[in-house]
Write a protein that binds this ligand. Sequence first.
Ligand code: UDP
Ligand code: MG
Length: 133
Amino acid sequence: MQKTYIMLKPDAVKRGLMGRIIGRIEDKGFKIVNAKMFTLTVAQLEEHYAHLKDKPFFKDIVEYMTSGPVLGMIVEGDDVILGMRKIMGATKWLEADAGTIRGDFACSTTQNLIHGSDSEETAEAEIKRFFGE
Ligand code: UDP
Ligand code: MG
């Protein structure tokens, strides 16, 4: 059984969408095995989004991602890493298909509601980073 790190971003929390997004994850058949709410630090973000550090929009990401609490979760299931990426939808909201979380609830590429690990390596590193497991 595979594990992935999922994070409902500050806009999901502020907009009261946590329940509906969690419902979609559970409806799919994936299992939430750990969860906590916390506010990200800039240092955590610089590590988590290291691949974006040189982008002109990085400061906007930091401002957004530290603007309120997030819900971090460890989600378990068969092929859950790719499976979650599929139900999340594409990063850019205009490319996110209807029926996906981002496709149905987001109209911003930065404020796109949800994070999900993109490989086994990042899943392992992110679970360790945020849950110490
Ligand atoms: N992001 C953004 N503009 C972009 C690309 C990414 O604001 O052009 C933000 C967006 O919130 C995205 C996050 O940076 O979810 C991480 O980017 P990544 O490419 O890793 O996309 P994801 O894995 O979240 O789909
Ligand atoms: Mg990513």
